[in-house]
Design a protein around this ligand. Structure first.
Ligand code: ZN
Length: 471
């Protein structure tokens, strides 16, 4: 029998994210072994407990990202000026196939560490670069090497899903790698093109046969649309565990099909705003009563932290609400979307979408202890904390993530990852970058990062005749 381990967060502002959204000032959170044991004021620490002073900080559940292409983290920031067009050409048509298993591994490790560092304790790795079983093993190896909670969403953009999902190699991977590890869940990740022949049916049948949820980029302008949703629905493949990523350009009819079948939408606001999938659909999802979770999509463009996701989502929803009102010559006096709601989406939204709501997503006795302490005594931004949800969504950032627990284990403490070999992660990623540059050639590499800028014509200005410089 192993000795009990206990961690006590002392005297923090605790956002439990329970059903009542109970907020407890000056409270403690006691973790024993893998679980939250108690939440309350003045708890007694068991002998040998690690005490963490949460004074001046916020204790909250670990955040949950329901859609990240972790393998792309090896190219962090490369696509900052991309649209979806450049992204598709780069990964799908030209360079994505150059990734070797070790490149998938390198990106996954770096992205997984990035998530933990930012207080994201559960990440769905939307892993659509798994060209061979070796690539898939590399992805799983990487996720198992980092002490976070992950869901491997298996995909392969170099083949149709009806090909890879029905292959003996895929079945073999599932039997070897899925189900033995509480910290590693599994989904199947593929998109539905809307082809009337519905070739994706074979992949859905495999998912149903295996009892595995499907995650799919839906409502992506120019790529996936209402036809895909209708085909899924007509063939009975829309289920409560289905996660629709983006769902940004769909009609009322498609949203009704999603709502009626109990699925949820993963909103990636920074992605939708910048890449062009469509306007972040939170107002539509609200109108249709569709559950929402948040995601960051990929570090090839954006960050991997959910503070950015919460902030961007509030901004996009409110921006649209104001613009629409102004078009009607009206003023919005009360916004619909609240900071409290996006904090819920970043925690409970994710746990519900992944079928993990009785496991993580809230700080309640019996839940697995995925806990984040936001505290930064050196930052003028950490006081006063008057509106705790507003503070998390608009004030805090990844540098304020002081301590992170996953499954009761301390993975970050005093602002530093615990036991992470960042030097090795960096060397691995450097090798991937060298490999890609060598394979593509330096010119193609530079061109890929710097798409042409369309010309801007400065408008004629009737006031310029005054020539103020000559006055
Ligand atoms: Zn995506």
């Amino acid at each position: 029998m192993t000795a009990m381990t206990a961690v006590l967060f002392r005297n923090g502002l605790v956002l439990t994210m329970d059903d009542a959204h109970t907020v407890l000032p000056g409270a403690d959170v006691l973790v024993v072994d893998e679980r939250v044991a108690e939440v309350g004021v003045g708890l007694t620490a068991p002998p040998g407990a690690v005490e963490i002073d949460a004074t001046g900080g916020i204790v909250m559940p670990g955040m949950i990202d329901t859609h990240r292409h972790l393998w792309q983290t090896a190219m962090r920031g490369y696509g900052a000026d991309w649209t979806l067009t450049q992204y598709f050409v780069w990964y799908y048509l030209e360079s994505g196939r150059h990734f070797r298993p070790e490149d998938i591994y390198a990106g996954n490790v770096l992205g997984a560490l990035e998530a933990l560092d930012a207080g994201v304790t559960t990440t769905v790795d939307w892993s659509h670069g798994l060209q061979t079983p070796q690539h898939a093993d590399a992805a799983a190896d990487a996720l198992e090497s980092v002490p976070g909670r992950f869901v491997l969403a298996y995909g392969n953009i170099q083949q149709g899903p009806w090909e890879w999902a029905t292959s003996p190699e895929f079945r073999d991977f599932v039997s070897r790698r899925v189900g033995g590890n509480d910290l590693l869940g599994f989904q199947m990740a593929f998109d539905v093109t809307g082809d009337p022949a519905f070739p994706e049916r074979a992949a859905f049948e495999v998912a149903r046969d295996l009892g595995v949820p499907v995650t799919t980029h839906a409502g992506v302008w120019g790529a996936t649309n209402d036809d895909g949703i209708r085909l899924m629905h007509e063939h009975g493949f829309m289920t409560p565990s289905t996660v629709y990523v983006h769902a940004a350009t769909l009609t009322h009819d498609s949203y009704q099909r999603i709502a009626a079948t109990g699925g949820s939408v993963s909103v990636s606001t920074e992605s939708e705003q910048s890449a062009g999938q469509g306007y972040p659909p939170t107002w539509q999802l609200r109108d249709h009563g569709i559950p929402v979770s948040l995601s960051m999509d990929t570090s090839v463009w954006w960050s991997g932290d959910l503070f950015s996701a919460m902030r961007a989502t509030l901004g996009a929803d409110r921006s649209r609400e104001h613009l629409q009102a102004h078009d009607r010559a009206e003023t919005v006096t009360h916004v619909h979307l609240r900071a409290e709601q996006v904090v819920d989406w970043a925690t409970r939204g994710g746990s519900r979408a992944l079928g993990l709501d009785s496991v993580v997503g809230s700080l309640q006795p019996g839940r697995k202890a995925d806990v984040v302490l936001l505290k930064n005594d050196d930052s003028p931004v950490m006081f006063p904390i008057l509106n705790p949800y507003g503070h998390v969504a608009f004030q805090a950032q990844r540098g304020d993530v002081h301590t992170v627990l996953v499954n009761g284990r301390i993975v970050k403490r005093d602002h530093k990852l615990v036991g992470a070999d960042l030097a090795k992660a960096r060397r691995d990623v450097e090798r991937t970058v060298e490999h890609l540059i060598a394979t593509m050639g330096p010119e193609a590499w530079a061109r890929g990062m710097n798409p042409d800028i369309p010309a801007t014509k400065v408008l004629d200005n009737p006031y310029t005749y005054t020539e103020w410089t000559n006055a």
